[in-house]
Write a protein that binds this ligand. Sequence first.
Ligand code: MG
Length: 502
Amino acid sequence: MNPTYKKLLARWKDISALASASGLCGWDQETMLPPRGIEARSEQESALSGVIHEKVIDPELGKMLRDLTEHPAGLTADQRACVREWVRDYEHSVKLPPELVREMARVTSLSQAAWIKARKASDFKAFAPWLEKVIALKRREADALGYKGERYDALLDTYEPEMTVAQLDPIVQQVREGLVPIVHAISRSKAKISDELLRRRYPEADQEALCKEIMTIVGLDTEAARLDRSAHPFCCGIAPTDVRITTRYDEHWLPGSLYGVIHESGHALYEQGLPAKHYGTPLAEAVSLGIHESQSRFWENVIGRSRPFVRFIFPRLKKRFPLALGRADAEAFYRSINHVMPSAIRVEADEVTYNMHVVLRYELEKGLMAGRIKVRELPALWNERMKEYLGVTPKNDAEGVLQDTHWPQGLVGYFPTYLLGNLNAAQLWNALKKDVRGAEAQVAKGELSQILGWLRKNVHCHGRRYGPAELIERATGEKPTPRYFLEYLKEKYGEIYQIDQF
Ligand code: MG
């Protein structure tokens, strides 16, 4: 091995291990940390971020990267890909002042704790000063990183490499224009579909047992994953051999845990599918959040909410919940979990209206970054747009502007990756069905290994070898497009809601 590369590899493995430890601190904060531990935790997170940042911006590391970029002869294709991605990470970090990195970690840890309290009390005013601090820091961060178009581009690029507002706006518009007639046709449909079935009583202990069973059904290695509880469900990949997912339980809303866990399992399958032999390098890291979310939405919606999958799991559900489901059949359950109803809460939204929630957040955070929108204006703007896009008025701020954990955590520029994930999932499924014969029949039998195998081979195993757009093109033979997502919705919901033409 090239001696410079060898040295560089050892350095990045350390950095990667520290980043994993920081991820574990974050996981612990949301699952286990006693309330009074928060001040100490914010200091720990700040110190760890500072150490990681110092290690990445070390001039000696920069020099090694320059050497290898200028003299790549003798490096394997894998090593060249790692160098290219390390340069990206290095150049990103070197632009950020160390003081800003530490301050960001400290403030977002505290603001997250403030948000949890404010959300409980539905008190936006109590949270607003924290959000102002976070937004001010994110603006500084974006300015330090630099951008060609809008300030927002700098943040978007950290989650979705190479994506810009100029590219994203037309995609968002196409999705919006495609969705409006679908939502209208569904609202006019005479088909009687309701989610009453899902609101019966589902004892919490049985839900938890079901969730653990589902993790195994979709193919998770449960020796390398665990399930816990948190206020907001998430997946945290510590390493391909240690992936944490969380959920929450509501005895009168089964999909909250069931479909939440299928969703997070999709993320976890991606993390477990990253090549463990490359752990500590970009080849064992997720390429973008739009690709990450494509995996969660693929399992949650494309597979999980499909008729064949419901036919497969329904007998198991009935066994666990005889009181709630004793008289129901699989078809009724299928219709219930695909009930379309505009609602205030994003994580509970159906597949059709979900993206409108993303559009709303995208517009608001773009405005915050550009300085067109002030933090104090958010609750009113939020409610106005909810009314306009979905015809819904949140009961209070807890159901409105305070519902998501992203802004308190400083995750600005993150929401659009949910929309991209939905588009990617549909495009991947379309390509997968051509390669895997009888994919739907396999799902109906609960045989998911060929489907997972296809994702492993075409998505998971590459890590950051290709950019997100190139990865989709290689996997599907086509550049990323919203077409397959809109077609998927029309076909599925046309049948459920008996609509001949949209
Ligand atoms: Mg997700």
